[in-house]
Structures are given as C-alpha cells and as structure tokens.
Write a protein that binds this ligand. Structure first.
Ligand code: C2E
Ligand code: MG
Ligand code: MG
Length: 393
C-alpha cells in the first residue's frame, strides 16, 4: 500500500485558485495510473492524498519497483495555466501482511509512514515502522492543545541577536517562538509549526508572532536600545496565503514600527512551487517597505542564480554549512562561494549557527557581514538582549 501526499498542492490551490488545484489533481491521477498495472487500485482519499494498493505484488522488491516508477513519473513538472508546477511528493509504504492484514490497517500505517516522509525533506519515501504509532498519538495530542494555546497565552517570543562580524555590535535580532506547555514543558517550534500549518492555525499564530515582535521592537527603541532591526520567520503556508500582505500592512500600522526595521525570513521551499507568484508576493511585501530574507540557504532545491530573480535583501547561510567550518575544507569553500556570489548579486549575508571562534573567524575572513549563533547568544527573552562576554571582549 502506497500513501501519497502532494507537497505543493495547497500552494497551487491557494495561489492559483481551485480550478488550477482541480486540474492538478486530474493530472496527478493520470500519472499515477500510468505508473501502475491494471490490477492495481488507485484512489484519492481526499484533498491531495492518494493511495495505490498493489495486491499482485509478491515481494518487497516489487513494491520498491513501483515506488521508483511513481517517483520517476513525477520528476517532470505539471503544466497548469501555462505554468510549470513541480509537485514533489511524500510516499509512505506499508506491506501486507507484516504491517497489517486489512485494507484499513494498511492505509493507516502507510499514512503514518507518509507523515514521517513529510517531516524529512531528504527522504521522500518512508516504509512503516511500528514506533510510528506512538509518534502519531503524540502528534494528535499536540494538535488538540495547539487549538487552545493562543487563548491561553502559552506562546512567548525569544530573540537571538545578529551581530556585526567585525565590531560584534548587535545589529538585529531574530524572533523565535517558544511554547511553554503546562504539562509537557517546552515544546520546540520544529515540532509544532508544521502541525500548525496542517491544521490551519498557522495564520493566527503567525499574526500573533508578527504583532508581538513589532511591538517589542518599538519598546526596545523607546528604551533606547540601539538595535536596527527585528526579524520574523514566515512559514511557507503563511507566505502563500493571499491575506499575507494585508496582515503585514495592518500590523505595521497598528504597532507603528518603521517598516524598514522589520525583516521577514522566508524559506526557499516556499518560493520553489511557483516562482512567478513568489516574485509578485515578494514585490508586494517590499512595497510596504519591509526587508526580505531567505532563510536556510543551501538546503533547498534552488541555486543562487534562481535567488537572483527574487526581490530580496538578505540571504542566511544555513547552520549545516557553518557547523563543519574549520573541519571540512569542502564546507569552507561552499560557504566562501555562497558569500562571494551573494555579495556580487547585491544581497547581505547572515551566517547562522555560529558556535565557536574558529567558525566566526573564517566567516569574517570570507567577508560575511552578520553572524548569529550560540557563540554570541542563545535566543533570550526580550529583557536580556545584551552582549555576551564575547561581545564585550
Ligand atoms: P530558523 O529560522 O533557521 O532559526 C534558527 C534556529 O537555530 C533556532 O531554532 C535557533 O534557536 C537555532 N540556533 C541558533 N543559533 C544556534 C547555534 O549556534 N547552534 C545551533 N545548533 N542552533 C542554533 P528554533 O528556535 O528551535 O527554531 C527552529 C525553526 O522553527 C526556525 O528555524 C524556524 O524555521 C521555525 N520557527 C521558529 N519560530 C518561528 C515562528 O515564529 N514562526 C515560524 N513560521 N517559524 C518559526
Ligand atoms: Mg529564521
Ligand atoms: Mg535558519
């Protein structure tokens, strides 16, 4: 049993309209059918979720061949309204009878494996394992609690300084959301942001975060804290929501923050589904006067040449590259190349995840202007935003 989820569907539906979404579903269904035999069952369970039941396969090898065929057939883009749409997918696999001996059980377990595939962008296909059941129970718990968290005011924002690589002066700070759960304690954003996207709560949470961070910045300024900008992360779903520009506009007006002091951090993934639309949205946001930054650069599918097409101001080098600076000559070269190219293309560069002096020194020598990481400060509550000992040194 294969459980298939389209990773770009919501973006197409939200961004290009429901008719385009319907068309995409039809094209996907066709491709799935061409990937299967007559004896296989291909079905759509709802939304962007499809299943393939291949009852004639006799061994695991046959299942693997089917998965490869499906992936291969999805390698080419879909053309919708004249635009090329890449619809990457996550696939969960459950085997009869090891993973279930009824259709219901197989579908449920393949769904769980699909969810694991979705969490992990480098593994589009995951085979069911029994420990996934407890993970799913935990997920349901968190989802129920998320629905109440805004009313109960359990979210807070912490801020992590971005410092000048030469003077170590704090130039900006990134707002990072924290959930203090009454029973579970601290729940990291990595484990609830994607859930919030799935259950439709991300716009509400995102709006809260944006308002809170802007209000905090205005307070810092009123208290003469010499900080130049605050940045806020936007999830892909937020970026693709049609209401986003209005929300940002409203919060700028409400909080009276100077728009050029607000930086929005977006991920490459949000841009790659439909670049033309991404360019339009970025342009509309920029017209409000805010700065735009691409987070986690280097981890997605895009190249810097592709980033050049986007009206953005800043790129953030992902901490996975910074991590091995000093130990891995290849990583040092990649980082050096990203910085040089970004600079030529007119972007400012921030390196994140800087943990030791060696990394900071290499980055500085490579002309990286801004550094962020535990070496300078962990994310802290807004009253503690001051230089660490390293900064005073
Ligand atoms: P990000 O935007 O790339 O944020 C950087 C993450 O790296 C943060 O994790 C931060 O605490 C961590 N970090 C900073 N310096 C270091 C370091 O020196 N070493 C290491 N190992 N890690 C460091 P955090 O707070 O757990 O956030 C994880 C991700 O969750 C963020 O990645 C961001 O994508 C998302 N996120 C956080 N807050 C929000 C939010 O308010 N809205 C949205 N949409 N996403 C958020
Ligand atoms: Mg970020
Ligand atoms: Mg990042």
């Amino acid at each position: 049993m294969l459980y298939i989820d389209l990773n770009g569907f919501k973006q197409v539906n939200g961004g290009m309209g429901h008719q385009a979404g319907d068309e995409l579903l039809r094209l996907v269904a066709k491709r799935l059918k061409t990937s299967t035999r007559f004896s296989d069952v291909v079905g759509r369970l709802g939304g962007d979720e499809f299943v393939i039941g291949a009852s004639d396969l006799t061994d695991i090898k046959g299942g693997a061949a089917l998965v490869h065929k499906v992936l291969y057939n999805f390698g080419d883009p879909f053309t919708i309204n004249g635009r090329e749409i890449y619809c990457l997918q996550s696939i969960g696999v459950a085997h009869f009878s090891a993973d279930g001996n009824t259709a219901d059980l197989l579908i449920r377990n393949a769904d769980m494996a699909m969810y694991a595939a979705k969490q992990n962008k480098t593994r589009p296909v995951v085979v069911f394992e029994s420990h996934m059941l407890s993970v799913a129970a935990e997920r349901l718990d968190i989802e129920n609690d998320l629905r109440r968290v805004l009313a109960r005011q359990e979210f807070i924002l912490h801020y992590q300084p971005k410092v000048d690589s030469t003077t170590h002066e704090i130039l900006g700070a990134e707002a990072l959301i924290r959930w203090q759960h009454p029973e579970k304690g601290f729940v990291p954003p990595g484990s609830f942001i994607s859930l919030a996207e799935e259950c439709g709560l991300i716009m509400q949470i995102g709006e809260w975060t944006l308002r809170e961070a802007c209000a905090q910045f205005v307070k810092w300024r009123a208290n003469n804290i010499p900080i130049k900008s605050v940045s806020v992360n936007l999830s892909p779903t937020q970026f693709l929501d049609r209401g986003l520009v209005d929300v940002v506009q409203r919060i700028l007006t409400e909080t009276k923050i100077d728009p050029k002091c607000l930086e929005l951090e977006l991920t490459e993934g949000a841009m790659s589904v439909d670049i033309e639309r991404a360019i339009t949205t970025l342009g509309n946001l920029r017209a409000l006067g805010v700065k735009l930054s691409i987070d986690d650069v280097g981890t997605g599918y895009s190249s810097l040449a592709y980033l050049k097409r986007l009206p953005i101001d800043v790129v953030k080098i992902d901490r996975s590259f910074v991590k091995d600076l000093g130990n891995s000559p290849a990583d040092s070269q990649i980082v050096g190349a990203i910085i040089t190219l970004a600079d030529r293309l007119g972007f400012n560069v921030v390196a994140e995840g800087v943990e030791n002096d060696e990394q900071a020194d290499i980055l500085k020598a490579s002309q990286c202007e801004l550094l962020q990481g535990y070496l300078f400060s962990r994310p802290v509550d807004p009253t503690n935003l001051h230089p660490s000992s390293r900064l005073n040194a």
